[in-house]
Design a protein around this ligand. Sequence first.
Ligand SMILES: C[S@@+](CC[C@H](N)C(=O)[O-])C[C@H]1O[C@@H](n2cnc3c(N)ncnc32)[C@H](O)[C@@H]1O
Length: 101
Amino acid sequence: MTELAQTRRKWNLRYAEKMADAPRPEPHPLALEWGSRFIGGRVLDAACGLGRGIATAGEGFREIYAVDLSDVAVREARALWQSDSRIRWIVADVTQLSWPR
Ligand SMILES: C[S@@+](CC[C@H](N)C(=O)[O-])C[C@H]1O[C@@H](n2cnc3c(N)ncnc32)[C@H](O)[C@@H]1O
């Protein structure tokens, strides 16, 4: 098994264990502190997990790219954030994706 596959497996197991009734995550305290620097537009939540970055993004963003290696995390996060149509979900190694400048 490759290192990437092991990482995915590890995180899939963790998310599978703690999923029952998991709430939407709260924003990270540091991100809240820096909130005034987030001007809006597009945002990337790299390694999004259940969407802590999404929780931080706020209303100013029109597109949110949420990427995670764990398909279990993305499946569960999708359910938690299903009402938010701004989010594009991607299951992938975020270091291997190409992004616009
Ligand atoms: C500690 S959790 C953080 C989740 C979320 N950002 C948060 O703050 O709650 C780390 C996350 O990174 C993801 N991850 C690890 N390596 C990754 C990679 N190369 N590409 C995308 N996601 C990755 C894992 O699947 C896991 O969801």
